[in-house]
Design a protein around this ligand. Sequence first.
Ligand code: GLA
Length: 458
Amino acid sequence: MIEDALINEDALINEFSKYFGTSPKYFIKAPGRVNLIGEHTDYNGFPVLPISILSSVKVAVSLRHDKKIVIKNISPDYRPVTFELTEEIPHSKQGHWVNYVKAAATTLASHFNNNLLGMNALFDGDIPKSAGLSSSSALVIASALALLTANKSEMDPLELAELMAEGEHYTGTRGGGMDQAVCILGKKNKALKFDFFPLRYSYIPFPQDHSIIVAHSLINASKTESSMHKYNTRPAECHLAVALINAVYKPSQPVKLLGDLPNRDFFNKFVNIEKFIRNTFDHESYTLLEIAGLTNETVDSLTKKYLLNRDGNLLPEPENGFLLPIRVLHILTEAERVEKSCDALCRNDTVGFGKLMNVSHQSCDKNYDISIPELNILVSIMSESGALGARLTGAGFGGCAIALVRDENCKNMIEKLCELYYNEYIKENHPDIFRNLTIDNKIIFEVKPSQGAEIKAV
Ligand code: GLA
């Protein structure tokens, strides 16, 4: 059952009836997430360790008898839209909220050979936007569940999560499968370790009497334009690194993802990750032309394979080239940290887990270059105020930092962050942001693992 307090059902029903002239048939709740550790590992075929949080996207929905999808949002910031449910739905402007609904709809239309009817759907939500807490994937999953439920169709949760991970690429991002998976499968009081290709999961105990403090840097991590390019460059770099690894070691079966490496003899003969990286890469940074030369491909074919997004946009070559060795270093060491974190949490070793979180943040910053000064400051305030571990969470380039804290220290940590980050750092360094700032529980809050997506008949 959905925790009723979280869904303002009456408001949704009233608004739905007013707008559509009928009552909704179902409510869907699709939560956001916090990733505890394992950043950018998912699309490389390595594990992640997220939890679902209470904030969610909510939808009231009913079936239509035609192929139209009519969507409206409680918030006036998002305009109502109608579009036709087909296997090839044209994109709206990049960043428009309807693209996330369209991503779910077009993917399901293809999956069900265009045999689904349309829906009327009213959305509401309280996941902070552009905060790296997966509001986009929650919207995709909420839309998918709304369409499926209205049509009285069901899918295996793992299959749906995999389908939607791929489906979300429609919006132009090249994310992995973590967000969709934890949105669907999240579990109260548990962290989930997900492995990918194929998607599978296990529950990992979340330490009793501990919480995660989430603090927004106030720098938006929006998945549009420049942020999207920055994010998408990372999967591209990992794929280019794989191409180079295949060129260097010429395995009889080419490696497809960095996540294949631990199963390969040529990789395992190195005593450690650093030695493998030193042996594989001659330079710190590579141009596309250099990679083409080393892999016997043309710049054109590399561009088409690795730099073209599904929405047709092309990723620009980074000014400093592709920093392949440190990107690979992050991914391989982060994967090890996820395994060690699961072991630590199973032993209830919160100190050990906290240390791994700290090292993960350093690697996200120095090697994967997805942190920003604001996130680094948040993390250091957290560490100095008694966090067992602290790090950025999610895609990076803005958004939130998280800290693992004992419950009795939450209040103190929140006070410290308000004082030192929002009222001092932000005031001095971002007066424009500070001027309009309300420090409330949308900006800084504590979470424990919550239940994943839920469906309820009205
Ligand atoms: C985004 C993506 C995820 C994952 C994280 C980084 O949230 O959607 O698939 O790659 O970034 O860990």
